[in-house]
Design a binder for this molecule. Structure first.
Ligand SMILES: Cc1cc2nc3c(=O)[nH]c(=O)nc-3n(C[C@H](O)[C@H](O)[C@H](O)COP(=O)(O)O)c2cc1C
Ligand code: SF4
Length: 593
């Protein structure tokens, strides 16, 4: 990349050090890698240490430092793994002569795994140079090989491959909304912030990003904190494996999200908002920029919104670059500052000190949409939806063993069984349902009459279904690998603990485990949960504790010997090469014979 192009990127991102990640991402998009010269350039121009730039590049998994023309990342979601992702990946690697994670000798192509890219309802999926391709099959793989060997740029590949469907299977109040951009802002135009907050209080919306924190309290805390500036942030990092609801909200309901952010700005007095969009959803960026542009034209963004001279607000889209931890609000704010996404302690909370150390509201995409819905239909009507403690509706991303994977909207209070019936799952054949991704909880058939609601089965919206023919230890291994990959490495219990758990699961899977290992897994799960610095570590072993409790037989069946200790390392297998070289296969040459 020449200096003129780099200067243009600097200018586009206003020479602001906070936008370092955005600059690096733009380079990655153009070049497929970030060279040492590019890093030095930004370090010098932004007046920041080179080590900081290198640290940022190193942290985000969608950025790389070695050249390649085609960068292919397979979504490592367990649903896709069980559908045959591994075989397709091996096929592609063998046809292209590539080793996993290594750039081919001619610097042309690299193939690797990446964490779930939010497409688990659309067959096996990959990112090619940052763009999503779904429904991969052997035919598509062969065609990809051809295109790559013929050096055809990705922009000229079959456009149909890049189509991502909404897959909405069931609508309730939110998804059946007939929404005209600006209509709720217009409806609230003559209302004071207090009056709007009153409607939202009655509605009783709870956050959809995980913790279920009341929206009205969060917005109140923020607006009541004395400050000269406040910020609104929409958390669209959606990295929990199996979740894809925010994707469809942006694909087909983006105006609802932006309207929600703008209403929030009006209430708390913010002039700047950020949409933090996960890097894996790059395919959405251009259409979202167009919608923002249209809203500016309609005076729904910018200065004096709808003629109110006291109401200025702008939204900037900030792209992530492959780090699940950046969905955690304090890590997200670090990332917005152009740093590695390492979470900080949550005191002070972002509503008191967030972006630029100013009071900041961070809400999930769906939460902003619910705020608009509640204002549209009235607080009391909204509050009648759902249960006493969980008002409104919830979007569920359903994938795995069912006839109709996709998005389902239900009112809170619906039973797990009803959800499973709706998507065409064979209830009598289900072994486990994983709710809220690997960090959530594992449901057995005994849980199916429980309710989806904050007071019972609380959910971020990911529902993955596994029938009895699935090897649950393979599922657990996939989850354990995910946390090792996504731990930010800041604190020892999480960094080391997740690795030990992964090795223990592997050991049990291979039939070398004992009861001692199961006890160690249990103890470590508790230790990591209690000692971890942030929510990632605190939830990283939920699937272990849950499955040890609810599905003990899947572990016990694999134990080598229930009481005694066995080493993780298989020395006899490791000596196989030596035996072959020396032509020894007799019993005495085997340690375990
Ligand atoms: C590891 C981790 C990942 C998270 N990922 C997301 C995410 O992708 N989207 C999201 O809205 N919240 C995510 N959260 C929760 C946020 O920290 C925060 O609570 C949420 O955005 C608040 O919005 P809400 O009140 O609307 O739920 C995550 C939390 C943790 C600990
Ligand atoms: S718990 Fe894990 S993700 Fe969180 S700060 Fe510690 S190492 Fe990072």
């Amino acid at each position: 990349m020449d200096v003129i192009e780099l200067q243009a990127i600097l200018a586009k991102e206003q020479h602001h050090p906070h936008y370092l990640l955005q600059m690096l991402r733009l380079v990655q998009e153009k070049e497929n890698y970030i060279s040492p010269q590019v890093m030095s350039f930004f370090a010098e121009k932004l007046n920041i240490p080179l080590t900081k730039v290198q640290g940022v590049v190193d942290f985000y998994s969608l950025l790389n430092t070695t050249p390649r023309d085609y960068h292919i990342l397979f979504s490592n979601n367990i649903i896709e793994q069980l559908q045959g992702k591994e075989q397709l990946m091996k096929q592609l690697m063998s046809k292209l002569g590539v080793e996993l994670g290594k750039v081919r000798a001619d610097n042309r192509v690299c193939i690797d795994n990446t964490s779930c890219i939010g497409m688990s309802d659309q067959g096996i999926s990959v990112l090619v140079n940052g763009l999503t391709i779904t429904n991969l099959d052997e035919q598509r793989i062969s065609e990809m090989v051809d295109l790559i060997e013929k050096k055809i740029p990705v922009s000229q590949w079959n456009a149909q491959w890049f189509e991502v469907k909404d897959n909405i299977q069931r609508k309730d109040q939110l998804l059946s909304t007939d929404f005209i951009a600006g209509s709720v802002l217009d409806k609230m135009k003559n209302n004071t912030a207090d009056q709007i907050m009153e409607i939202l209080k009655v509605a009783g919306i709870r956050g959809c990003g995980g913790a279920g924190f009341p929206l009205d309290s969060k917005w109140d805390f923020c607006r009541q904190t004395p400050a000269d500036e406040r910020f609104v942030v929409c958390d669209a990092d959606e990295g929990e494996p199996g979740t894809f609801k925010d994707r469809i909200l942006f694909q087909s309901y983006a105006d609802l999200v932006f309207e929600g952010m703008t209403i929030c700005a009006k209430i708390i007095g913010a002039k700047q908002g950020f949409l933090y969009l996960r890097g894996e959803y790059r395919y959405l960026l251009d259409s979202l920029e167009k919608i923002l542009e249209k809203r500016r034209d309609q005076n729904l963004l910018g200065t004096a919104i709808l003629g109110d001279s006291n109401f200025d607000f702008e939204i900037k889209i900030f792209m992530g670059a492959g780090a699940y931890i950046c969905g955690a609000e304090t890590a997200l704010i670090e990332s917005l500052h152009g740093n590695r996404g390492v979470p900080r302690r949550r005191l002070p909370y972002p509503v008191h000190q967030g972006y630029n150390k100013k009071p900041t509201v961070v809400n999930n995409v769906e939460t902003f949409c619910l705020a608009v819905k509640a204002l549209q239909m009235g607080g009391e009507t909204f509050a009648k939806l759902g249960t006493e403690q969980s008002h409104g509706t919830k979007l569920l991303s359903i994938s795995g063993d069912c006839k109709k994977p996709g998005i389902y909207e239900f009112q809170y209070g619906v039973s797990v069984r009803e959800v499973l019936e709706s998507c065409g799952a064979d209830i009598s054949n289900i072994q486990m349902v994983q709710n809220s991704g690997p960090a959530g909880n594992s449901l057995s058939p005994e849980d199916f009459d429980r309710k989806i609601a904050f007071e019972d089965v609380s959910t971020t919206g990911s529902i993955m279904i596994f029938n009895k023919d699935k090897d649950l230890l393979e599922v657990i291994q996939n989850f354990a690998n995910f946390f090792v990959h996504e731990s930010c490495g800041f604190c020892t219990p999480c960094r080391v603990g997740t690795s030990i758990i992964k090795n223990l699961v592997n050991k049990v899977r291979k039939g070398r485990g004992s009861n001692v290992d199961l006890k160690e897994m249990q103890d470590l799960s508790i230790l990591i949960r209690n000692a971890a610095h942030c929510g990632l570590g605190m939830t990283a072993t939920n699937h272990i504790s849950d499955t040890l409790k609810k599905f003990p037989q899947i572990y016990k069946e694999r134990l080598h010997n229930s009481e005694s200790l066995h080493p993780t390392f298989d020395l006899d297998a490791a000596l196989e090469d030596a035996r072959q070289i020396t032509h020894r296969q007799d019993a005495a040459a085997h340690l375990s014979a």
